[in-house]
Design a protein. Structure first.
Length: 126
């Protein structure tokens, strides 16, 4: 929707406020492209996490935008890998890695502290 709003001659807004620039896309290619389109439309972009304006007027600004997109992409990739590894370990131990399954009950297994350590599935007899 944001990019469609930019396709008109005069966009209906002048300022875009984001949490951070990673909210514009999921890859090193998408973020600089999206920011370029936004800047070309005359829109100013601000981020509230670090309370600053994103600028793309100089070559240094554009390099920094691309570098930050790379860092954001690496963080996403690492998070995806960590999640995959954790779920794989749980599955190897026979623990539930997702939600409910028809015909089974999810049973919480308590650890030594009395808190839920993990969940297992048991066939529902009915």
């Amino acid at each position: 929707m944001l990019m469609n709003a930019l396709s008109v001659r005069r966009p209906p807004f002048e300022i875009l406020v984001l949490m951070d620039q990673s909210r514009l896309g999921r890859s090193t290619r998408e973020v600089p492209f999206a920011l370029g389109k936004i800047f070309d439309s005359g829109i100013r972009v601000f981020t509230y996490l670090n309370d600053r304006e994103i600028e793309g007027t100089t070559e240094t600004d554009q390099f920094m935008l691309a570098a930050m997109a790379y860092v954001d992409g690496m963080q996403r990739e690492q998070g995806r890998q960590r999640t995959h590894d954790a779920l794989h370990r749980k599955a190897q131990h026979g623990h539930v890695t997702g939600g409910r399954v028809f015909g089974y009950d999810n049973i919480a297994v308590l650890g030594p502290t009395g808190k839920r350590a993990h969940v297992i599935r048991r066939i529902r007899p009915a």
